[in-house]
Design a binder for this molecule. Sequence first.
Ligand SMILES: Cc1ncc(COP(=O)(O)O)c(C=O)c1O
Length: 398
Amino acid sequence: MNDLHLARRRPARLRRQIEELEESQIVEVWQLGFGRKNLIPLWVGESDMVTPAFIRHAAAEALEAGRTFYSYKRGEPELRDELTRYMNRLHGTPERPAPIAVDRVTVTTAGMNGLMMTMECLLEQGDEIVAVTPVWPNIFAAARIMGAVPRPVALDLTPQGWSLDLDRLLAACGPRTKAMFINTPGNPTGWMMSADEQRAVLDFCRRNGIWLIADEVYTRFVYDRATAPSFLSIAEPEDDLIVVNSFSKPWAMTGWRLGWLTTSPAFGETLGKTVEFNTSGTTPFLQHAGVVAIRDGEPFVKEMVGRCRVGRDLVHQALSALPRVEMVRPRAAFYAFFKVDGVRDTVQFCKDLLLETDVGLAPGAAFGPGGEGCVRLCFASSAARLSEAMERLAPALR
Ligand SMILES: Cc1ncc(COP(=O)(O)O)c(C=O)c1O
């Protein structure tokens, strides 16, 4: 195009919600780490373990066998069956041994895609979504893309741990509230909602016609019980409940992009339509590996959780010995989310810390109200790597 054409050019517009999207503050710090040779990256939510060989081989075999065609919108039948059995094993109770039927399960291209499709289905311009914070910032971004308004309700940091004022959560809902978002166990705090609180929230949502979105991707990462309390154990199949899950964390499959949603059968059909216009279905040879991960992967999940328990204790012991640090030992998920006395601008603090120590942490400000003055460290790494990080951090946090 010549200069004359450029001079006459009227810039084409993006949707306002996209123009207004802010860069993640985690990414802002992360970019500063590019190319640093000695870096210990503890800022993102993943372990340093490669996906186990038996899962990688299952994908390679399915690829070799030619499973390369368009797939079922709601997922391959064998994977949906396997997921149904898996969730009934986890969330069945003596009163209701098998709360999940296969028509409630939809495979997604990981948790984020499940969340974004959920927002597409529920949220209109001006709708409000009430969410417990501090929380993974992608949730608010996804809601804002749809033109919705997030209403955060902050947890309180008490000496016993992060705690929710349930009355404050329910009082935050008003006539424009379309959905409530609860991430339990929570990223970044490790907070877990009790079964009684879940009953109260579900009951409130039922009475007020509010969708309940429960992000349970960390449900396996609990350190003093077998699994976290799940809304799936108490909800009826027809409830307006959407539970988000993912292969990313328990099976070390973050790069694969494989997850699933559990919903009412009717909402599952809606999702089937939505999938067509997002991904048109999830990669079939990866879905086959998902079947193998669930069927044969329990020993690996136990190993992964055991490793995180060691990491949690190591990090907690090292950090709580530092007078400027306030940290409660998380009961779940795989993050230390701790306050550092005197820190106001956590983005600048994480940048300075990175340049000084070559340890990458995520700024608390990114996670919304409640995260002020805090930083997040992912402890899903080897003990050797975490020990080295603690040695480097100690002088800087003293
Ligand atoms: C709370 C929460 N939900 C969902 C996800 C999505 O994970 P994925 O898209 O890899 O399944 C993450 C990832 O960190 C998360 O922390």
